[in-house]
Ligand binder design. Sequence first.
Ligand code: NAD
Length: 339
Amino acid sequence: MDGAVLVTGGLGYIGSHACVELVRAGRRVVALDSLANSSAAVAERLAELTGRPLSFVHGDVRDIGLLIRVMREHGVDSVLHFAGSKAVGESVGRPVAYYDNNVGGSMALIAAMHGAGVRRLIFSSSATVYARGGAMPLVESSALDAGSPYGRSKLFVEQMLFDLRASDPAWSIACLRYFNPVGAHPSGRIGESPRGVPNNLVPFIAQVASGQRERLQVFGGDYDTADGTGVRDYVHVLDIAEGHVRALDYLERDGGGCVAVNLGTGQGVSVLEMLREYERASGRPVPYAVAPRRAGDVARCWADASLAQRLFDWRARRSVAQMCEDSWRWQCANPDGYR
Ligand SMILES: NC(=O)c1ccc[n+]([C@@H]2O[C@H](COP(=O)([O-])OP(=O)(O)OC[C@H]3O[C@@H](n4cnc5c(N)ncnc54)[C@H](O)[C@@H]3O)[C@@H](O)[C@H]2O)c1
């Protein structure tokens, strides 16, 4: 592990937590970010958390020349690729922008890695690549069929990476399929900083608990689940970050291959269960109203996370209570995120 790790999207929500965990594991890190959905303040907070300045490059992952230069200058031998656009709803209205950033960005990165002689890659994939309506838990061999341009962009990149590895055994690649990353660093210094109305449940609940929003809209109260609300597999963002450190160790140890691996807890939690847990953590009421189901949502979705345990010796360790406590600490200390 002599080389540096390039973290694209390294100032984003998950990428920033991965930077902390990589440094903690003794890795040299270079973060690259366009700041399209993040803030330069994150670099300062990462320096504060890790006790050393962060090598940060402000740039776009689609800039092949820049990427090659950065990889050569810093002696990069592995890449964690978080950079991309992530809002499922927005991707329906702006599909080409999503394919450009997510597929085009990944293609540019691969070209740059090729140019710089770097062949080890961890790609941020998502549980949205799985077909709807399948049996739970989702295993990596479950049917794939993404339901949105965002999900398809992840699926295309995964398939491209499998083809790439089949054509050239020098590559070692892991596509990590995250379920629902939530929470924040326990220091309260880095966390999720949504712009505008949060797309995800926990940041929305956080803003209701803090009084920034009046009430939570619960989409669907008549699902075939214990309390009628949708059930998801929420996983602490630091567990996700640790999963990347373990996956990188695995790729270095076991060499080649291209694997797709779920990162989830294996436990389903309903919207109302999460809401109650958040009320406990914050000591605040979270008013809510049940609204009609949202098109495209499934009743339940959770991971079989045993492959990550077998391959990387990784398992999510943090409880739903910790997810809520860490989210609340972040929310209280940073009511406007990084702004
Ligand atoms: N958060 C989730 O719920 C979730 C779930 C599954 C998968 N993912 C994937 O994980 C990755 C990270 O997600 P996140 O939640 O940290 O999102 P995020 O938006 O917080 O982080 C992405 C980062 O990439 C940067 N970026 C975007 N386009 C770029 C480009 N062209 N060049 C350089 N930087 C660019 C953004 O500024 C941002 O800092 C994404 O690829 C996302 O699709 C996220």
